[in-house]
Design a binder for this molecule. Structure first.
Ligand code: ADP
Length: 546
């Protein structure tokens, strides 16, 4: 017997129609690439998204077609999110920090037909256009006529202006309902190993993920919140905030292209931001600015930090000096991205001092909707004792089943688990802690050493700005940890003083064998350290040293 409740498919358009009807005056504030602040509301975004569907139809976009964006966080990007998926097409957000070569590969792999771009990316578009002419028919710059860049596109590729197209369109479109499993957006992994792969989210997975974000032990957005996603809309859908915020009527503050400490401080104070989310690098920059300028963040209550391990310094500094709670989260493109979030349980809510800090450094508990486990090399599940580490797997409502172009299920094992490529421990409270990427793990005399833990300790040294631990080949132990560090501006690094920070904090045999000071560390397009390149360059260091 089937239940007798309304059978409504989970549609992304229902988020923006809800926001427009019940939170019509909640704001969408954008720092535009031209510099001015633009103010909009969910009511206006929904109306303009309907108009934008008519524009897309005029450009011959239909269901399942891929439409690319190359853009910062802003109101037009939000309109595109809702218009493209709402009409049944696929919003493909491209990371502009990738090389022109990678962007061309991704656009061709996705079969993008139209690219919507911020004017800042005009030179990038000019560089990429010849290589994507087989599938891309038009480039639309997300601006008014007066700010249109003057670039030459290959023959047959149109150069169009967003606001001109919008002015010529009607807003009479009615949002359709269709199969909730329909593809809604496409996002490529940053390709730290090999070529980027596309993760194809559905309406259903996106909606359930947004619901989960709003649970009380997760992002817990409220109608009175003013949310500033520093995490870009081209990086795993800004972690779902463009869906989770309108779902509850929280206002969205879109920072555009300037993500430095001074710009963020100004925007957060002027727009009375209450919660913000982003990767550790951004918050380190913001912290440095606050300390140097003496400025305060007047209204911010909480930062969500993820994407890389959150250094202890950020928990301590924001808590103690600025009264801002820092929440640690973990996820990946293949998980939409959110998998775990760190909030207390009855079993650990009364911890203090070092024990509390250790709890907060962990990546957190699985949300309802995503199950996790750790396994050994033979595929056997490992105990949740907070010490045994193994390969981390996940499965659930918003975990990928295959990559773009693949067959459903081909990215999973026989029991339906997706291997994250991370190595982790899970403690008795269900708190997961990432110790490494599988490919970065250091195996010294057969035992695993966590590079992430060693890196976190290294950056607690006052002279160290950034640190990377890699596995260096060792004649006796196979591999030993080698520490590469970049000095803070105006400081010099003393090897022995850096090694002293490990005393009492890790087992003696975990302490790196050597410290190498470098001018800079290589980064991927999502700001992660490129360990592969470092390993290639430094693997033989201990052998050469003798
Ligand atoms: P990519 O996997 O292509 O680098 P993602 O943005 O999907 O791009 O990154 C996911 C990876 O980032 C995770 O598998 C994990 O290794 C790392 N990561 C994410 N959040 C955290 C965190 N809080 N602590 C440590 N590592 C993290």
């Amino acid at each position: 017997m089937l239940g007798l409740m309304q059978d409504k498919p989970l549609m992304i358009s229902s988020i923006i129609t809800h926001a427009a009807r019940h939170h019509a005056r909640a704001e969408v504030v954008s720092k535009t690439v031209e510099g001015a602040i633009h103010r909009s509301t969910y009511g206006e975004i929904e109306r303009r998204a309907r108009r934008l569907v008519r524009v897309l139809q005029r450009l011959d976009i239909g269901p399942s077609d891929r439409v690319a964006t190359l853009a910062w966080n802003g109101f037009r990007h939000l309109e595109l999110y809702y218009a493209i998926s709402g009409m049944g097409a696929v919003c493909h957000t491209i990371n502009p920090r990738l090389s022109a070569d990678d962007i061309a590969f991704i656009a061709n792999d996705a079969g993008d037909q139209v690219i919507f771009a911020d004017t800042t990316f005009a030179p990038l578009i000019a560089a990429v256009a010849p290589a994507v002419r087989a599938s891309v028919r038009a480039v639309v710059f997300m601006t008014e006529r007066a700010h249109m860049p003057d670039i030459a596109l290959p023959e047959g590729m149109d150069l169009l202006c967003y606001e001109e197209l919008m002015a010529a369109a009607d807003e009479d479109f009615a949002w359709p309902a269709f199969d909730e499993r329909t593809a809604a957006s496409l996002c490529y992994t940053s390709g730290t190993t090999g070529r980027p792969k596309g993760v194809l989210y559905s309406h259903r997975s996106t909606l359930l993920h947004a619901y989960a974000l709003n649970m009380p032990d997760v992002f817990a957005l409220r109608a009175v919140d003013r949310v500033l996603p520093v995490v870009p809309m081209f990086h795993v859908n800004a972690w779902g905030t463009p869906y989770a915020a309108p779902m509850v009527g929280a206002s969205l503050i879109m920072p555009g292209r300037h993500l430095d400490g001074a710009s963020l401080t100004q925007l957060m104070n002027e727009e009375r931001v209450t919660i913000s989310a982003g990767v550790p690098t951004v918050w380190l920059g913001l912290l440095a600015h606050l300390r140097a300028s003496g400025q305060r963040l007047e209204t911010v209550e909480r930062f969500v930090i993820g994407g890389s391990a959150c250094p202890r310094l950020l928990f301590e500094a924001f808590d103690k000096e600025y009264g801002i709670r820092v929440d640690h989260a973990w996820g990946m493109s293949e998980l939409s991205p959110l998998g775990t979030y760190n909030t207390p349980t009855p079993g650990n809510q009364n911890l203090t001092g070092e024990a509390l800090m250790r709890r907060r450094e962990k990546q957190g508990r699985s949300l309802f909707g995503v199950d996790i486990r750790i396994i050994d090399d033979a595929g056997r599940e490992l105990p949740w004792d907070g010490a045994t580490s193994g390969h981390l797997q996940a499965r659930g409502y918003w975990v990928c089943s295959s990559y773009f172009g693949g067959t459903p299920g081909d990215a999973l094992d026989a029991e339906g688990w997706f291997s994250t490529g991370d190595v982790a421990t899970i403690d008795a409270e269900g708190n997961m802690e990432i110790t490494d990427r599988s490919k970065d793990v250091i195996k010294s005399g057969g035992e695993w050493i966590s590079s992430i833990q060693l890196e976190n300790i290294a950056v607690s040294h006052p002279d160290v700005a950034e640190a990377a631990i890699i596995a260096a080949t060792h004649p006796k132990w196979d591999e030993r940890p080698l520490l590469l560090v970049v000095a803070r501006q105006g400081r010099t690094i003393d090897r022995d003083s850096v090694l002293r920070v490990y005393e009492g904090r890790v087992a003696k045999w975990w302490v790196p064998d050597d410290v190498v000071v470098v001018d800079e560390l290589p980064h991927t397009a999502t700001g992660k350290i490129q360990k592969l390149a470092l390993r290639e360059a430094w693997r033989g260091h201990l052998l050469a040293k003798g």
